[in-house]
Write a new protein. Sequence first.
Length: 319
Amino acid sequence: MTTIRELISKGNTSSLYATFGNLFLLIIKGIAAISSGSGAMFAEAMHTGADAVNQLFVFIGSILAERKPTPRFPSGFGRVINVFCMGAVIVVTIMAYETVLEGIHLIQHPVPLRKLGLTIFSLTASIAIDGYVLSKAMREILSETRTTGTGLGIFSEAFKNVKRASPATRLVFYEDLVATFGAVLAVIAILISNYTSIKALDGFAAIIIGLLMGGVAFLVGYDNMVGLIGVSAPKDVEDKIAQIIFSDPDVTDINKMRILQEGRFYHVESYIELRPGLSLAVADDIKFRIRDKLLAYEDVTDVTLGIIEDTGVKDWTTI
């Protein structure tokens, strides 16, 4: 029987870290927002609350998405995470709207800031915790896409490969990138509002943070809508699959191939051409040998192969 520890180990670790971090930040930001009256602080508290709910959804979804295919669901459960991410998008959108409204209200009716020390402390903690979770998400991207990077190279590689990461990791990356930037922006806005006569800047910062939240919701929503419809694998994954097929000495060509992405897993369907003169029994053995090689490639969960005799016409030209 599967234990709770085993279930948790199957989930997206970045979203789990983000959930606990955001729950802690929500408490101190909520206290700071109420006691200070800061619009930027209110925006940060709303953003953190949305992140906490979202990433809990995403973590649960990432566990369910790891379930193996069943007779009733032969394609597996990879797209479950897309459903949970879409739910998270709705939460972010609502809170982004409320945050923008609060910012507009504070521009029209500025409120004197109070409890500056507590506010700065909560935002500094947010930068530290969200920054740590962001670094975990970046490393998760590198791990899932099997790329490497050191120092600042981790940041550039994460940006370069984020589209190939799982939906859960992409959501954590985007949200904590905005959360870290938003906390820095809030600190700047609060300090300027407190020490100068530009009191409306606090409201403008709240609007910017709200719009950034809305931008993340749109980006993540689009990614997951595409995932729910069904999307082909990235070009580098397709090339790797083709290399594995062509590594067999009896394969002469790939007639057709379709690779469908389900969450972070791939389903391969292909017709392969074999050298002429093989008996059906030998051709079958070759097909099963290639299928086993493909299934040994991480993240490939399902392979359907058809075999035909070499047509003498080169169909696959990317290798």
